[in-house]
Ligand binder design. Sequence first.
Ligand code: HCA
Ligand code: CU
Length: 396
Amino acid sequence: MGPVAMVRILDTTLREGEQCPGVCFPPHIKHAVAARLDALGVDIIEAGHPAVTPHIAAAVGDLAGAGLRATVGAHARSLPRDVDQALDCGVGFIGVFYCVAEERLRLHTTTLGSAIKRVQRVIRRIKERSPQTVVRYTPEDTVRSSFANVVTTALAAVAAGADVISIADTTGHLVPGTSRNMYNYVLRLRDALRQGGHNPQLAVHCHNDRGLALANALDAIRAGADIIDCSVLGLGELAGIVDLATLLAVLAADFGHDPYDLTVLPELYALVSAHAGVPVPVHQPVTGANAFRHCAGVHTQAALANPLHYQSLDPQLVGRRPNICLDHMSGLSALRHALADAGHEIDEPALLDSILATVKSTGQAGRTVAAAELGYIVHYCRARQTVPATRECESC
Ligand code: HCA
Ligand code: CU
């Protein structure tokens, strides 16, 4: 099997996503989000960092015991009390992190040696209490840290029992096609770990500060990364991380990797957006209102003959349909389509012209015309056509 066929998805909407300012999902919403992520088929749900608040700890415990098909995970600092709390939640996956960049070690007035001891201690603690729990170690800010420090600590972590090493691009620093690229990083790290006698799974966690999180994630997949972190809407610290829906759509449409039920995505995005207080941008790929909506006259005319003339992703992939928008850009073919869709049978050229003129003037006010408003426009234009004739009649 190729690298894409093997890749697994970790959704961290409930952990990284809650690090988006102002986002805090109530327990019943976390439950609903996790149920939809499970129906979608994501492999791992990172449910939260239990040490942050009792509310988060309770939610992680609740989801760990919810009988989901996905593995439920918790996030923890490399502290015994954090991993104990995570274990108490009954999760099947714990992600511990500790930064080994030289400046950060200095900031914490520690050495690489003590950092390694600290990381190994928590990993052993988890494996002693719960051998079946999958452990991920992340050298936070991996890609800006000394490579030698990352390799030494990762090897020590695996020797202590870690199953997964995550490459965190915590500041969205990597750029495909430059010397700082994720493809080379994954290969280089895999190679160095193998030379050190270990072959753990590799995860990647790509932040979106340069808008390149998805590009870097695809680079990681091409290099054979095993796990990709995503979140709904890419929610997370700063500019967030990889958008779950876009990555899954690309994997399905372009790599034939489709073990997921993408038709769950619109409902999942509506739910998370409503409770995060973060609207889905209208032009968001795959899940945005305009993602499959044709507008300009030339486009709509061709798209009405075949939507794929002007779109390369099939909306059915996510259970959506292409649609045509009416505004100042619209032409007669879009109007005829919208009228037929709304059940209006109109053939008179003069009436069609006046309806189109009203649609365009409404569009010039910066609005689109929805089906209900189109109905009012039809009645208005019809009435304007017939009223003068009646008046003439009455006056004679
Ligand atoms: C954080 C930073 C983190 C950690 C990722 C991980 C990052 O908020 O703790 O533990 O795998 O981007 O480095 O999200
Ligand atoms: Cu992060």
